[in-house]
Design a protein around this ligand. Structure first.
Ligand code: GDG
Length: 743
């Protein structure tokens, strides 16, 4: 011990001094790199802006130019934009343009070797670009970038460099001490232990025969763990979210731990068709969202086996590797009796909780018998989780309103599990939730979770208000946590998204070809305009309201009669429930009535296709359309809106989006409508059909930027990073206080 101190301390000091000396070099280097990056970025933005700006200058509307500038300046790094026609002019600019930048001194910035302006806001990078490179005198575009992040990153790098040298010192010291120990104190014993595979970095055990090593090995073990987690827990906004990034987080932050997902719907269903078995992928937002995550993480997905050939496909433990063509994770099927399925799924979940949580004016139905099945099925899944858990503290991702009781049940069986529950649908206000006869049980079940996620802050607020109203729990609105029975649940907003970039197979067919094929398949003439809606045939999706908007458009703007067809794909869903059967009858009748009114002798205004379509076909329709209309009456997020954006790599097409979707909070560049207001929706349809291509492109570009950045990997990654932090914190709290460890 004394030897290690005599050697380690001076070594640490020397290396700390070296790290200190390297710090200014790090500063200079990062500044040079980022200034160059900023130049390239400014050139790219200027290239993208030139053409539309020249058009707008020609049109002469200063207010349009100002709003165009402020839209672009929403980019988090772009601080200000300006334009000078001549050196004598006042700049036309966003309000944030620093006063030091004037038209008369632009040339000074243009030629500057280090174009960095120090302002009260911090360092700003100034780029001056000619508006028209061929034509002199067309004016200059000024792009100011915020460079405060450079200081931040440089600080971070310095910390990493410091840690690196410290780790180096620790490793060198350890190796020296080991060698010394081995030679001084019976190296033969040490060698034998090593040959037996008892690694020195393992946590010390009572069997360990070198007590002097224990404190050093334990400290080193912890130091390395802390260092690793330090480097990995970067700011999530700095990560480019891909399946690989997600996998790295799982392997790093969570050290490849046992990840289990539970959902009602399985990602693959085996169906018997005559003498062969067909594998289907169900139409569900949830499956669309979780599949890429499971592919990235190779865990176990537990779900209800609902296909007619599901039992034939599994092994003796009810498991099967999926995706079938290239298995990367396990699907464990849970079997339900017809009575259980009726009570738990159709009854309590879909006739009770679904309408309870959606404001769609359909009354929830609650039956005691359904509740009993709901409890029993949740228990069955809890047992499956225990059976699938490979460790006492797996990470369990519970999906959706079918499993409100499951988090508490798992918590009781596996107290150390990290349970993340995601509620994919809205959470209503306490008054609405009060209708549920088992409201306390539902809330307390959910509070078995470590983290409970919703799509929007509004739903988080509603949940916390509901807890406050109905349970004796401690609600902390500062940290957004709820403590019940000494256990804390963090309530967090995780807006879900889609895989990005989309699967290349989905977008490989040219837009023109998609249009031609969709028209041909639906008997529509060349040049005919197409609008698209894609949903499960669910009363919350506002399909009736959508058709009424099309009808109103044709009443108000008859020039579209015979020129436009709205194609609605309605995937059959929950067909065993009366309300869904009635809804389908009403949707069909309304489409027929509108077609009868406006489709005589011309192509029909509405084509209704009540059938499941393959994902490739869905994308083909999205690519063929002039606009996509999402008119949900209430929707947690709505993935179709994001899929439309992903499908349009041509940067064309207009998204019309209900204000009652979670997606409307993220995509303000869509035409946001109240689907109950037929006149407003009809006006949006007309606007979409007449929107100039440049405006379509500007809106689509912004939406594509957002969906690309906030993709489904980030959704999952954020939850998993939060879970990792929670686990680290818990481990820290479990550590014995400093000074009590054996030495
Ligand atoms: C819940 C929440 C939340 C539809 N028809 C077909 C088909 N689909 C696909 C779409 C999309 C998915 O189904 C529907 O996703 P949504 O998000 O619109 O809606 P829900 O199913 O109600 O999902 C919702 C979601 O969970 C995720 O959290 O956004 O708010 O209600 O991916 O493309 N897919 C195929 N054929 C079809 O006919 N292949």
């Amino acid at each position: 011990m004394r030897l290690s101190l005599r050697f380690v301390l001076p070594l640490m000091l020397v290396l700390a001094a070296i790290a200190w000396g390297v710090a200014p070099l790090v500063d200079q280097l990062t500044l040079r790199w980022f200034t160059r990056d900023m130049d390239i970025r400014a050139e790219l933005i200027a290239n993208a802006m030139r053409e539309p700006l020249i058009d707008q200058l020609a049109a002469g509307s200063k207010t349009k130019i100002a709003s165009y500038f402020s839209r672009i300046a929403r980019d988090e790094r772009l601080y200000a934009i300006g334009y000078c026609a001549t050196p004598d002019d006042q700049p036309l600019a966003t309000r944030s343009l620093p006063p030091q930048i004037r038209c008369e001194n632009l040339s000074q910035w243009q030629d500057a070797e280090n174009p960095v302006l120090e302002s009260s806001r911090g360092s700003l990078h100034v780029a001056v670009k000619p508006l028209n490179e061929e034509e002199e005198g067309a004016g200059w575009l000024v792009l100011i970038h915020d460079m405060s992040f450079v200081t931040r990153r440089s600080e971070e790098t310095k910390v990493y460099v410091f840690y690196f040298f410290m780790a180096l010192a620790a490793v060198v010291s350890l190796v020296t001490v080991i060698i010394a120990q081995l030679s001084w104190r019976g190296w033969v014993t040490g060698m034998r232990a090593l040959l037996r595979g008892e690694g020195l970095l393992r946590e010390p055990t009572p069997r360990s025969n070198a007590p002097e090593f224990q404190p050093i090995a334990r400290d080193l073990h912890r130091l390395i763990q802390d260092l690793e987690s330090e480097t990995r827990s970067r700011d999530e906004s700095q990560i480019t979210w891909t399946p690989d990034a997600l996998r790295a987080i799982l392997h790093g932050e969570l050290r490849g731990e046992n990840v289990i997902v539970i959902s009602n719907r399985e990602p693959y269903i085996h169906q018997r068709r005559g003498d062969h078995v067909e594998v289907q992928r169900p139409a569900s937002g949830l499956v669309t969202a979780l599949e890429p995550i499971m592919r990235a993480c190779s865990g176990t997905w537990i779900a209800h086996g609902s296909g007619s050939a599901d039992r034939e496909a599994v092994d003796g433990s009810d498991r099967i590797g999926v995706p079938p063509e290239h298995p990367t994770y396990q699907l464990r099927r849970v079997w339900l009796t017809p009575e259980e399925e009726n009570g738990y799924y159709y009854g309590f979940s879909n006739e009770g909780l679904w309408p309870l949580c959606h404001i769609a004016h359909v009354r929830p139905i609650f039956r005691s018998a359904d509740w009993a099945h709901y409890v029993a099925v949740n228990k069955k899944f809890a047992e499956a989780v225990v059976a699938e858990a490979r460790t006492p503290n797996p990470i369990v991702l519970v999906q959706d309103y079918h499993f409100a009781l499951l988090p508490r049940m798992i918590r009781e069986l596996l107290p150390d599990a990290t349970i993340i529950t995601f509620w994919h649908i809205p959470w209503p206000n306490p008054e609405s939730f009060a209708i549920c006869p088992w409201r306390e049980e539902i809330i307390s079940g959910l509070l078995g979770s470590s983290i409970l996620g919703f799509h929007t802050q509004f739903h988080c607020n509603n949940f916390v208000d509901t807890v406050d109203r109905f349970l004796e729990a401690r609600v902390d609105r500062e940290s957004f946590t709820v403590t019940l029975g000494g256990k804390q649940t963090a309530v967090r907003r995780y807006p879900i998204s889609i895989a990005w970039p989309p699967d290349p197979e989905m977008v490989d067919k040219a837009i023109g070809q998609c249009r031609a094929e969709v028209r041909a398949a639906n008997g529509l003439p060349a040049g005919h305009l197409i609008g698209i809606g894609i949903d499960r045939l669910d009363y919350t999706k506002g399909i009736m309201e959508r058709f009424r908007a099309v009808e109103r458009l044709l009443e108000l703007q008859p020039e579209w009669i015979g020129r436009l067809t709205f194609i609605q794909i309605g995937a059959p869903t929950r067909t065993g429930i009366d309300e869904y059967q009635n809804h389908e009858v009403q949707v069909r009748a309304l489409a027929a009535r509108i077609n009868d009114r406006f489709g005589r002798g011309v192509p029909p205004p509405i084509v209704l296709k009540v059938e499941h379509h393959e994902p490739r076909e869905v994308y083909e329709y999205l690519r063929a359309a002039e606009f996509c209309f999402v008119s949900s009456l209430h929707d947690g997020m709505n993935l179709v809106a994001k899929e439309f954006v992903a499908a349009r790599d041509d940067e064309r097409g207009v998204l019309i989006l209900s204000q009652f979707t979670g997606a409307a909070r993220e995509l303000p560049e869509a035409l946001i409508v109240n689907p109950y207001d037929a006149d407003q929706s009809a006006a949006a349809l007309h606007l979409a059909l007449t929107m100039p291509p440049t405006e379509q492109r500007d809106r689509m570009r912004l939406m594509r930027g957002l969906v690309g950045e906030f993709n489904v990997y980030r959704w999952a990654g954020r939850m998993l990073l939060d879970a990792a932090t929670m686990r680290r914190r818990n481990r820290l709290l479990e550590k014995p206080p400093v000074g009590t460890s054996a030495s």
